[in-house]
Design a protein around this ligand. Structure first.
Ligand code: T1G
Length: 696
């Protein structure tokens, strides 16, 4: 025994090293120390003829322990451990199953032989944490699969299954049945055949597939990937492996790894990794097997697709026969498409589609476990639906509303069972976007909240529990962000300048392009219904003006931009700029050139200021929740960690100083700093360190 995380035993001459470090066998320091002790012991034992390394549980090894990266690496260092493993004079067989990622995959490459079960998922996801494989992957992987494929695997972070792994020569033998028994048999065959250790670093580096293979990899990087230093670090590390002896190249990789580990981008991505794994809210979730969805429109059918794909039985209700038919057709087409694109096999796609049935009345929802209402965004309409649901649905059924801006308590009250009501705000398209705002109403019980959260997780969503306030967290912040871009267009920035500046900052799409995509009339209607919208003639004046001139966005070819038929990206339209100039003059606004720096600062500080208010009011429970909302719901750049992490990167004293600057430059109406910001800045605090308000 070498400690609870690593067990060693002798199986008739084969040394078995079992890693048992739940939940994912992460290679934390104690595990590395125990592994080193284990392999040294087996190396010295003359009775041991070969070594098999095996991971207990669902995963072989999920990689290094991500929690260790905020501090310098502690010995034994993983790359040194793996070099020692590879140098052993006895055959080392990695018995792979399930998830084999990062350092786990590197351990496999440092082993002499690799067996794997059909459920293998092998990959190098370090890039998603702003890191590179730092334990030898950059020198061993290209030796096994070639330079181009190695670069693809490491810069994408996408795992491969057993078939691809075998084809690439990463797996020598596919195991059927018990992974350890199979690996032991494989090891005995190696011993019987007298097969020597096969060291990956003994293999020559392959000749680059083309002289430009490294620059081709750079060119192939997406804009988002280019903003993460680890992308270039991976390419440079493999370039070094092609030009130098492997130990020197590994030293280059180590230097690059440590620089990436300390980078803002990696710290931001690691922040989000853990933010996405916050514990579920208290309360015991109820089992949900059947779901009712009210409203067969875009949102309702998207939610139905997500639920059916997750294995739930779905009843989609729409009292309008044509709308119901259109919704069912949309759902059927989706499952046909996902099969055609190879994302689901024929049987799975057919089974998922068969789990959705239509109904014309809410009576069909009487027996279901949970209902999600997704009807027109009108309080009157929603209240009528909830009044009927309250009478119709079985006791204990959860009643959720997909409202994006309306008062969940007002909707809940209509049901006469507000304790069963919760908000589940999906983002469109509901079967694609991962964000789900889970709105706790005044009377929502912990069990109902936990049930909604658990259902969200089952649908593959990132669930964020928020309080019941206008726009919850995401849309309330969106109005602050949009307010500034609208004001700056009146003050002199063109729609294109706004979008280009924010896309250069890292936003997935500029706000004007987003408006055109969603339809400018959608926001227009919401703002009309907004009872306490700011009494400011400039507030969203440009967007309103465009709608009043019949410019609705992509849907009718003209919005902020002009869209040629079929074009996804619009072009600047002089008519829009003339409209804006005339409106600015009418409002008496002097125009000026506005640079990208001011555009980005005003929009991001507006986001930060509103996020801090949401924390202060308890609508958001913790800063990382606000980051999840904006990274998963609105395309905030992940390598900046979200608006709150970005505020901590800037420093709250700087944030406060700049908000005060805009209070004097633009007026205090929108730029009065939250009291909590002044307190946090005064004591040099970070938002990430603030305890959860828990108020939601
Ligand atoms: N380190 C520390 N904790 C981890 C972890 C990791 N690598 N992976 C998961 N956890 C925790 C997670 O926080 C959660 O904790 C629990 O395990 C279950 O996770 C040296 C430098 C493996 C596919 O990037 O992709 O190796 O909430 O909810 O849905 O060169 O976890 O229970 O307290 O996600 O079944 C590379 C990251 C590291 C893999 C399982 N490896 N993990 O998914 O469970 S860097 C990764 C995952 C590296 C080398 C480099 C997933 C999973 P808690 P979960 P899951």
């Amino acid at each position: 025994m070498t400690g609870p995380a690593v067990r060693v035993r002798d199986e008739r001459g084969i040394g078995v090293v079992e890693i048992d470090h739940p939940p994912v066998n992460a290679l934390a320091r104690p595990v590395r120390a125990a592994l080193l002790e284990a392999i040294e012991r087996l190396a010295e034992d003359p009775a041991v003829r070969a070594i098999v390394i095996h991971g207990c549980g669902r995963h072989f090894i999920a990689g290094a322990d991500v929690r260790e990266f905020d501090a310098p690496p502690a010995p034994p260092l993983l790359h040194e451990l793996l070099n020692r493993l590879e140098a052993l004079d006895k055959p080392v067989i990695a018995a792979l199953h399930g998830t084999t990622l990062g350092g786990g995959a590197e351990l496999a490459l440092a082993s002499h032989y690799r067996c794997a079960t059909p459920d293998l998922s092998l990959g190098f996801p370090e890039i998603k944490l702003g890191l590179l494989p730092g334990a030898g992957g950059t020198v061993r992987l290209p030796r096994l699969v070639g330079i181009r494929r190695a670069l693809e695997l490491m810069t994408s972070g996408t795992p491969i299954g057993i078939a691809a792994a075998r084809e690439l020569g990463l797996v020598d033998h596919e195991l059927r049945g018990d992974v350890l028994a199979g690996a032991l048999a494989f090891a005995r065959e190696r011993v019987a055949a007298g097969t020597p250790p096969r060291r990956t670093t003994d293999l020559p580096m392959p000749v680059p597939e083309s002289p430009a293979v490294f620059d081709e990899a750079r060119t192939a990087l997406s804009a988002a990937a280019r903003r993460v230093p680890a992308s270039e670090a991976i390419i440079a590390a493999v370039e070094a492996a092609a030009a130098r002896p492997w130990r020197e190249a590994l030293a280059v990789a180590r230097e690059r790894f440590d620089a990436c580990r300390r980078s803002t981008e990696s710290r931001a991505l690691r922040h989000l990794f853990f933010a996405e794994r916050v514990p579920a809210p208290g309360g015991a979730p109820q089992p949900v097997a059947t779901v009712g969805i009210v409203g067969a429109g875009t949102m309702g059918s998207g939610i139905a697709i997500a639920a059916a794909t997750a294995g739930l039985e779905v009843t989609l209700v729409d009292t309008q026969a044509a709308a119901l038919a259109a919704g069912l057709e949309r759902i059927a087409r989706h499952f046909t498409d996902v099969h055609r694109k190879g994302r689901l096999d024929a049987a799975a796609a057919a089974a998922a589609g068969a789990r959705v049935r239509g109904a014309a009345t809410l009576a069909a929802l009487a027996p279901v476990d949970l209902v999600i209402e997704a009807v027109f965004e009108s309080l009157e309409v929603k209240r009528a639906v909830f009044a009927e649901l309250g009478r119709t649905c079985r006791p204990g059924a959860v009643l959720a509303t997909n409202t994006s801006t309306l008062d969940v308590d007002a909707i809940a009250a209509a049901s006469d069972r507000p304790a069963d009501v919760v908000g589940m705000h999906f983002f469109s398209p509901a079967h694609v976007m991962r964000l789900l705002e889970i709105v706790r109403g005044r009377d929502t019980t912990p069990a109902v909240l936990a049930t909604a959260f658990a259902l969200g997780k089952r649908l593959g969503k990132i669930g964020v529990v928020v309080g019941n306030g206008f726009g919850f967290v995401g849309n309330r912040m969106l109005y602050a962000y949009g307010r500034e871009k609208e004001l700056m267009m009146l003050e002199g920035a063109s729609p294109t300048e706004i979008d280009r500046a924010l896309e250069a900052f890292g936003m997935a799409m500029g706000p004007n392009a987003v408006g055109d995509l969603a339809g400018l009339d959608v926001g227009y209607a919401v703002r009309r219904a907004w009872t306490d919208r700011p009494d400011d003639p400039r507030f969203y004046r440009v967007s309103d003006l465009l709608v009043e001139h019949g410019r609705l966005g992509q849907k009718n070819g003209r919005g902020f931009y002009r869209y040629e038929p079929g074009a996804r990206r619009g072009t600047s339209d002089p008519e829009v700029e003339a409209l804006i100039r005339a409106e600015a003059e009418r409002l008496g606004i002097a125009r000026r050139a506005i640079g990208a720096e001011e555009i980005v600062e005003r929009c991001t500080l507006a986001l930060i200021g509103e996020g801090i208010r949401l924390l202060e009011e308890g609508i958001a429970a913790r800063a990382s929740d606000v980051d999840l909302v904006w990274c998963h719901g609105y395309g905030f750049p992940r390598e900046r960690g979200g608006p709150m992490f970005h505020a901590d990167t800037l420093g709250l004293a700087h944030v406060l100083d700049r908000i005060r600057h805009y209070a004097s430059a633009c007026g205090p109406r929108y730029w009065t700093p939250a009291a909590s910001l002044e307190q946090l800045a005064a004591r040099g605090a970070r938002l990430a360190d603030e305890a959860s308000t828990g108020a939601t």
